[in-house]
Design a protein around this ligand. Structure first.
Ligand code: AHR
Length: 504
């Protein structure tokens, strides 16, 4: 059996893991909001219309922050439509997803839901079709104590306490030609800088995210980040990154190695941000908000294309409802490994999305809510990855990929904190199991507390309405540890997490 050797030391951390890395994303898209988190007629609905069965799953998932309300949706959104008496809220056409937006859910409903979910809100501002003044109005409404027109309006609408939102995205995917109000890096950079300065004049403690690239393959990638940061470096804290992966033309090997792309993406954005830092002779470091990432079968995207015409604007249509397989969950787990390996720069991330739309949680109207295969690596990683991520050395056999060349068949990250240590591993080889030795310096006294593995004889197996529990994590009983030497066997196409005691 091929063997791999991994080394990590508690004396060589990459950086502390921001809890915000375990964030997610709720967009007014398809059935994410309506019939997803919100379904007033559902038997489990609370007084605000939130499905309690979904809230239970969201808490189990361990989501720390939730980005809202888009996505592409935000670039045509008027936040004012979603506040005030329900019967007065306007019905709008959402151009991004060619759907009808009833505005039954807005800022107040989201704030209630977020509090119930135990997560922190991360709001996106419309910088596609709106500007600084509307952004200031939104900030006044959400964050200012009463005593001004819009904060008083919030109080009159039922929330005397400010929502206190810290993290704000300055627009969404402004580099993408599909985005309403898409513009050049130069134009966006100037607008983002002006908006950030204005927002900070009202609330200096905000944490602001400038739009980075919608993907590493965007033609403007790199230049976009440089130009935007040249305009906004002193005004923002984060630059965003978005990435979605799927097997293209049946190229499963490259798909299994998607985390290589994510690694290169993160490292390129960090290098670009640091180049601007040098140019500006700045002491400040810009962090990455990886605020959209997932496996997404984008080739099925033409669902939206079919929703065209002046009289075809469905409410909460079934859009982007990808059903995730075992292979997808393994790739997904490896993307989480990539995020953790870059804990020093990725200080925020949002799994896109949370419910029904390319999501770990699925629902049926009036019916059940269930976990997709991708639910498990997220929930297990969010729970076990504590403290610091440690730098790992990997010596493993390679697999050949059309997109990324030869890449190690095994990838891993080790974390270590007050509550324990953990090792996360992926075997991307399609046919060979791997025996892996993990040398854990500084963890000589550690013992195994739990193991979890995603693997299956049927790599296409998935959880569906009919078979909601078909795929479950199982224990990896091959794992042993002695004097800080962990040995484990990884089946082909598998993801494993091993929880350890602190080691002292
Ligand atoms: O997550 C789905 C969509 O993907 C988002 O609306 C957009 O930002 C991205 O292109």
């Amino acid at each position: 059996m091929p063997e791999a050797r991994i080394t990590a030391s508690t004396a060589a951390p990459v950086g502390s893991i921001s809890r915000r890395v375990f964030g997610s994303f709720v967009e007014h898209l398809g059935r994410c909001v309506y019939d997803g988190i919100h379904e007033p007629g559902h038997p489990t609905a609370d007084e605000h219309g939130s499905r309690r069965d979904v809230l239970d799953l969201v808490r189990e998932l361990g989501v720390t922050t939730v980005r809202y309300p888009g996505g592409n949706f935000v670039s045509g959104y008027r936040w004012e439509d979603g506040v005030g008496p329900l019967e007065d809220r306007p019905v709008r056409r959402d151009l991004a997803w060619h759907s009808t937006e009833t505005n039954e859910v807005g800022l107040h409903e989201f704030a209630h839901w977020n509090a119930a979910a135990g997560s922190e809100a991360m709001l996106a501002i419309n910088l596609g079709t709106r500007g600084e003044l509307e952004a200031l109005d939104l900030l006044e409404y959400t964050n200012l104590p009463t005593g001004s027109a819009l904060s008083d309006q919030r109080a009159a609408n039922g929330s005397p306490e400010a929502f206190g939102v810290k993290m704000w995205c300055l627009g969404n995917e402004m580099d993408g030609p599909w985005q309403l109000g898409h513009r050049s890096a130069e134009d966006y950079g100037k607008l983002a800088s002006r908006t950030a300065k204005a927002l900070r004049q009202m609330d200096p403690d905000l944490e602001l995210v400038a739009c980075g690239s919608s993907g590493r393959s965007m033609p403007t990638f790199g230049t976009w980040e440089r130009v935007v940061l040249e305009h906004t470096y002193d005004d923002v804290d984060f630059i965003s990154a978005h990435a979605y992966y799927e097997p293209l033309d049946g190229d499963v090997d490259s798909f299994l190695a998607s985390a290589v792309d994510m690694d290169r993406f993160i490292e390129a954005v960090a290098a670009t941000a640091d180049a601007v830092k040098a140019e500006k002779r700045s002491d400040k470091t810009i962090y990455i908000s990886f605020d959209e990432w997932n496996v997404w079968y984008l080739t099925r995207y033409e669902q939206v294309e079919r929703l065209k015409g002046l009289d075809n604007w469905p409410k909460a249509p079934r859009l982007l409802e990808d059903v995730y397989s075992v292979t997808d969950a393994v790739v997904f787990g490896s993307l989480m490994i990539s995020l953790l390996k870059h804990a020093d720069r990725v200080r925020s991330a949002s799994l896109a999305q949370l419910v029904n739309v390319i999501a770990p949680i699925m629902t049926e109207p009036g019916g059940p809510a269930w976990r997709q295969t991708t639910f498990f690596p997220f929930a297990i990683t969010a729970r076990l990855a504590q403290g610091e991520a440690l730098r790992v050395g990997i010596d493993a056999p390679t697999i050949s990929t059309a997109k990324f060349g030869e890449v190690p068949a095994v990838d891993a990250v080790v974390t270590h904190g007050d509550e324990g240590a953990a090792v996360f591993l992926v075997n991307r080889h399609r046919t060979e199991p791997m025996t892996v030795q993990v040398v854990l310096e500084g963890l000589q006294g550690a013992s195994i507390t739990e193991t979890h593995m995603i693997a299956d004889d049927d790599l296409d197996a998935a959880n569906t309405l009919e078979h909601q529990d078909r795929v479950q994590p199982v224990a990896n009983d091959t794992a042993t540890i002695e004097d800080g030497l962990l040995t484990v066997t990884l089946p082909p196409v598998s993801w494993t997490a091993i929880g350890l005691t602190r080691g002292d």
